[in-house]
Unconditional design. Structure first.
Length: 309
């Protein structure tokens, strides 16, 4: 896990695509995990496991920063708690929703954070995204709709929980890069937010759910997969990569988790990819490519225009 400050934007984008692949496949494990434990227990267990995976790397990073004269203050601590809280609400509400909604619907509604990120960036920080972000975000949303077969069941309580979670996912995607870049400590930020999320979810689980060792054993496979890969690896790579790419671009790239989620469903749950769903997959891929290549292409055209003077 590298925290190099020289990570190029292209490599950062590739890392975010890998993150999306892991998150997309994790939808299946999250769904299966609900058969053994409650949503808050599952959320706490997987983020605690993720924190333990990254902790040795974060410890080494802290020692290196201390040797370089970098120290953390109250502002850093509050930022970590804020990120962890956003992570908790996003993950927990999504997990609650997955008790009663389908993987397809959860995948579609989670992607609603894609247009939310540039909107929040504009409202909170007055960041004006490249105009290509808006049609690409809409294309990703429509692509996920097609991936669902062009039909969605009427909204139920699970759908509403997942929709509500996107407010927190959007805020997290918008802010995590800023927090990680403040001290150049992405691994430390990752572990801190995981611990905050695990503690909040664990406290609520003890209050509202029946936590048993047998339930944790029964759900160990799903917890291990999402804890190691979805949290320990993917969320940490997200923190590292978002130091080097714009939050709006990150949201587009991460929205491809719906594509990978559909592929995972086809491989492990036997779901089929008909023509409509393939069109949705192609639309998402096209939007991802467009938002990355169009600004570069337009900039190159401006660069070669001869000076009229």
């Amino acid at each position: 896990m590298s925290n190099s400050s020289t990570l190029s934007r292209a490599r950062a984008d590739l890392i975010l695509l890998a993150v999306a692949l892991i998150w997309g496949s994790a939808f299946v494990a999250q769904n299966l995990g609900m058969q053994a434990v409650g949503p808050f227990t599952f959320t706490s267990a997987r983020f605690l496991l993720g924190a333990l995976i990254v902790l040795p790397f974060a410890w080494r990073e802290c020692r290196q920063l201390r040797a370089a004269g970098v120290s953390f203050d109250l502002h850093d601590l509050l930022s970590w708690v804020g990120l962890g809280s956003l992570l908790f609400f996003g993950a927990a509400f999504q997990q609650i929703g997955m008790v009663t909604t389908s993987v397809t619907n959860a995948s579609f509604f989670t992607s609603l954070y894609t247009p939310l990120v540039p909107l929040l960036g504009w409202l909170l920080f007055r960041h004006t995204p490249h105009w290509s972000i808006w049609p690409a975000a809409l294309a990703c949303m429509f692509g996920t709709f097609l991936l669902g077969g062009g039909e969605l069941s009427l909204l139920n309580s699970g759908d509403l929980w997942v929709i509500f979670s996107t407010l927190f996912w959007g805020g997290h995607v918008l802010l995590v890069g800023h927090v990680a870049a403040r001290r150049g400590a992405p691994l430390t930020v990752a572990v801190a937010q995981f611990i905050v999320c695990a503690v909040l979810a664990g406290g609520w689980a003890l209050h509202a759910e029946t936590v048993s060792l047998q339930g944790l054993v029964n759900g160990a496979g799903a917890i291990a997969y999402t804890g190691v890969f979805s949290v320990g690896i993917a969320f940490t790579l997200q923190v590292v990569a978002q130091r080097h790419t714009h939050a709006s671009d990150s949201a587009i790239l991460l929205s491809s988790e719906t594509l990978f989620g559909a592929l995972a469903g086809a491989l492990w749950l036997g779901e089929t990819m008909n023509a409509i769903r393939l069109c949705g997959a192609a639309l998402i891929f096209g939007a991802i490519m467009a938002v990355q290549l169009l600004p570069l292409w337009l900039a190159s055209r401006v660069a070669v225009v001869p000076d009229p003077a």
